[in-house]
Design a protein around this ligand. Structure first.
Ligand code: ADP
Ligand code: ZN
Length: 777
């Protein structure tokens, strides 16, 4: 990995300072200043450098510097993480320049990133590089401008200078302003050209300074204000517990377990209210998918300044928000995973909504989980952390059971609205499904019922209820098979079956995005009878349109939502009642609040259940619960139909009964039997390369090293594998994996650090380490 070259010029160049030491500096010759640096390389050590005298007063931990590093001492960007007077390293090199005027990260953020590197087994430099947004490093959206200030020389002796009328005006404006002004501003205010400025400068009465100026400020849309709601008894109890912890000024994690629609968000808002009243800030993490205008509006109506950090921000916008947040000018930061690093100067509370969501885990180095990082940050800053969910993870549930975290529950929906009845439909004997339809008989008749209703309210005719259909397979058909030889048509570079995307007329690989015209002959046996099998959202849409002609329907999946803003537009269309049916993938399963939805259909509950992942049951349970949460939110009530071929599966049966407690107990026994998280800690090592044989051999070698190291160190770390990964090839790279399991994650870390020190980098085989893996493909 090569550190990205900074586009920002060095602000303070060592070379531009006088090389001759001043007398006092000579005297203090032994008094060396040492900067401890880390680099964006997979090497977890710090490197000591001498700070040249000219930079002594300018350097601070948290800044980036340029220093000779690696082969040929190439000038390389590094992060200063500490200053020291002595070093144990011999023959120190010298820093060349400092890149940032101000530290990019605070002392707290330095300790947090250090912790992440330790916990997730990567380097401090890699973490820092990833935590500070590119737009901040480049100071995107700002530019250096030349401005002028008065030197005040004429004040001492006004008679000594002969000034023209215009020059006098310019000088007066500048004096009154009391701040630097650039040429354009100044000439406009004085109604003159640039000649008076040049003259004043020559006489030494004004002086040019270089200043960084923000070019554009994103306008924040004004929102009407709304009062806080009167909490119900359960909400009040939850809030009191949280406020108690806040006032005690202690770190504690609260698990807010509340069924969908129980009013968790209102509790977050009022907990934040208190923090804000002390002049502190709050961070609210939500899954990227839930960063809808609806969510944002809800916070904007309650707080004066809300910053939203989402993935569509330009570098300049991100930089601007970062500055605003760092200056303390933002009360609430809402964002996806990476907002956990928002530079709030005086953080009072962190909230993670939908804490069970897998998108809180980053799938590139550093492979952190925002929940884990938030916990650590809350500990460092001595503040509470709230985790909210209708279906908490077993990991979070375990901590409550062990008394490490505090549980508060909202067992009922607000206004005692009932949770919707969930009907499990066995599609194995359904005549329609057996003929290949997506929608079985029961679901069809439920849909017709909803669509028939035209409910009169308040004397006027209003549209009847609305329907959400959920299916988490995109495309038209998820697989292409050969009738003759039974082989599937695979991606040329990945070990996955191509999916048929009718809208584009292409066969697509969902792993690497490879696309091609659909083959007419089987690549294996040459047979001409290829079949598209399975049902994706595109095919579901076609079926809905055919079976419910004249009923408006919108589809939401990553194919139909590729344009920015189309997501919000589709939701608005549905909200306005311009569409009766909304169908789509995960995108529509979470957080949406449409009181008019009276039917939710889960088209196929089995897609996740059969994945080779020990969390398959838990995910299925979560998904059915989340999807059920999309209905019965208004006075009209609603119900859910779940189509499955495994109607006795506990995850499905218990989700249908809204019985989280029994599900957790059941799942816990299962995990114990498997020796899987959270009963054990897992760390996954993925080994990959172009040559299958070499990858396998290296995987074996690493596994052996792990076994031997664990034995020598006397720690109980078990190995699963090496084995080919479930997706055994991606983009032409063969993949093997090893799972390290132990009661304590630290035992694994001890072993892995020793193993790494014995692994030399290889050209042909690479490895990655994933602590607490979520994605097991
Ligand atoms: P959750 O986050 O648990 O899914 P929300 O906070 O979104 O639940 O609340 C669901 C709905 O109930 C929202 O429309 C919200 O405005 C409303 N609500 C929440 N608390 C109250 C309350 N105390 N009184 C009346 N309405 C409430
Ligand atoms: Zn592919």
């Amino acid at each position: 990995m090569v550190a990205k070259k900074s586009s920002q010029p060095a602000l303070f160049d060592a070379a531009s300072f006088p090389p001759d030491p001043l007398p006092w500096e000579v005297a203090a010759e032994n008094d060396r200043l040492i900067a401890r640096l880390v680099f964006n390389r997979p090497i977890d050590s710090t490197f000591d450098y001498l700070v040249p005298d000219g930079l002594r007063t300018l350097i601070a931990p948290g800044q980036r510097v340029k220093a000779p590093f690696g082969k040929g001492d190439r000038p390389t960007v590094g992060y200063c993480v500490a200053l020291a007077a002595t070093s144990e390293q011999k023959r120190l090199k010298t820093i060349e320049s400092i890149l940032d005027r101000q530290p990019l990260v605070s002392a707290n953020m330095l300790s947090l990133t250090r912790w992440i590197a330790d916990y997730y087994l990567c380097s401090w430099g890699q973490v820092l590089e990833s935590v500070v947004p590119a737009g901040v490093k480049q100071q995107a959206g700002t530019r250096l401008v030349t401005s002028f200030v008065c030197t005040n020389r004429e004040a001492a002796d006004p008679a000594a200078f002969k000034l023209s009328a215009k020059q006098k005006v310019v000088l007066e404006i500048l004096t009154t302003a009391g701040r630097p002004m650039d040429a354009a501003e100044l000439t406009q205010a004085a109604d003159c050209g640039t000649a008076p400025l040049a003259a004043l400068r020559q006489k030494g009465l004004i002086r040019a300074v270089r200043q960084r100026q923000t070019q554009s400020v994103p306008p924040s849309e004004p929102s009407s204000r709304e009062e806080d709601l009167q909490l119900n008894a359960d909400q009040q109890r939850a809030l009191d517990t949280i406020l108690g912890l806040q006032r005690a000024g202690q770190h504690r994690t609260v698990l807010l377990h509340g069924v969908t629609g129980s009013g968790k968000t209102e509790v977050y808002i009022q907990a934040i209210r208190e923090v804000v009243s002390y002049g502190r800030q709050a961070i609210v993490l939500v899954p990227e998918i839930s960063l809808t205008p609806q969510t944002i509006r809800r916070f904007r109506r309650r707080f004066n300044s809300v910053a939203v950090l989402h993935s569509h921000l330009s570098d300049a916008e991100r930089h601007w928000h970062w500055q605003q947040i760092a200056s303390g000018g933002v009360e609430v930061v809402i964002g996806a995973r990476s907002a956990v690093f928002a530079p709030t100067p005086n953080l009072g509370l962190i909230v993670i909504d939908e804490e069970h969501e897998t998108t809180f885990k980053q799938e590139t180095t550093p492979r952190y989980h925002a929940r884990q990082v938030a916990r650590q940050r809350a500990q460092i800053e001595n503040i509470p952390l709230i985790l909210g969910s209708a279906t908490p993870t077993l990991e979070s549930w375990l901590r409550v059971q062990e008394g490490q975290d505090t549980l508060v529950s909202l067992p009922q929906r607000v206004e005692r609205r009932p949770l919707p009845p969930v009907i499990v439909v066995d599609v194995r004997n359904d005549p329609m499904c057996r003929r290949g339809a997506a929608i079985g008989r029961a679901l069809e008749s439920a849909m017709r019922n909803v669509l028939r209703d035209e409910v009169p309210t308040h004397g006027r005719q209003q549209a009847g209820g609305q329907i959400i259909l959920f299916l988490n397979l995109r495309g038209f058909s998820p697989a292409i098979w050969c009738r003759a030889c039974g082989a599937s048509v695979k991606c040329p570079t990945c070990d996955v079956t191509l999916a048929w995307h009718k809208d584009r007329g292409k066969a697509l690989c969902h792993v690497c995005d490879f696309e091609c015209d659909p083959p007419s002959l089987c690549p294996g046996c040459g047979h001409a009878g290829l079949r598209y099998v399975g049902i994706g959202t595109q095919r579901l849409e076609q079926e809905v349109r055919a079976r419910f002609p004249g009923t408006s329907c919108v589809r939401m999946d990553s194919d139909s939502m590729r344009k920015r803003g189309s997501h919000d537009a589709a939701l608005e269309q549905f909200r306005a009642g311009d569409a009766r049916i909304l169908l789509g993938t995960q995108m529509i399963a979470k957080g949406l609040d449409f009181p008019n939805v009276t039917l939710v259909g889960v088209v196929n509950a089995d897609t996740i259940l059969h994945q080779p992942d020990f969390r398959a049951s838990e995910r299925t349970f979560q998904l059915i619960s989340q999807v059920s949460g999309r209905t019965g939110r208004g006075p009209r009530g609603g119900r859910v139909l779940v189509q499955t071929s495994a109607p006795d599966e506990p995850a499905i049966v218990l989700a249908a009964k809204h019985d989280f407690a029994t599900f957790v107990k059941h799942e816990w026994v299962h995990r114990q039997a498997l020796l899987a998280p959270p009963c054990r800690q897992f760390t996954r090592i993925i080994i990959r390369g172009k040559d299958a044989e070499r990858v396998r051999d290296e995987a074996k070698r690493i596994a052996q090293l792990c076994t031997d190291t664990a034995k020598t160190a006397g720690v109980d770390v078990r190995l699963l594998g090496p084995a080919p990964a479930p997706v055994s090839r991606i983009k032409g790279q063969y993949r093997f994996h090893i799972m390290l399991a132990a009661l304590e994650g630290d035992a694994i870390r001890t072993v892995w650090r020793k193993v790494v020190s014995q692994l030399s980098p290889r050209e042909d085989v690479a490895w990655t380490v994933d602590v607490d893996p979520i994605n097991l493909r």
